[in-house]
Design a protein around this ligand. Structure first.
Ligand SMILES: [Zn+2]
Length: 79
């Protein structure tokens, strides 16, 4: 069987300052909140934040987006 990707290994990064974002609750909760099934993830996925506590300490909530890299294929716009 194919290896199952561990959602806790999902890399999260801030788009504004480029810092890695450390999630206190782990990415699993953010994925649930976004309605993304953890088993659809792979090593080509990245959580991208529009701000993080480092560059926006006064913003209470930073919304992540899921980015998917695919080698050799253009990304599909929208859903
Ligand atoms: Zn940041």
């Amino acid at each position: 069987m194919a290896d199952r990707f561990d959602p806790s290994l999902l890399y999260a990064e801030c788009r504004r300052c480029g810092s890695p974002v450390i999630l206190a609750t782990g990415p699993r909760e953010a994925l649930l909140w976004m309605g993304i099934a953890p088993d659809t993830l792979g090593a080509d996925c990245l959580l991208l934040y529009e701000g993080c506590p480092r560059c926006q300490p006064h913003s209470p909530q930073h919304e992540p987006r899921l980015i998917r890299f695919r080698s050799g294929a253009a990304p599909h716009p929208g859903h």
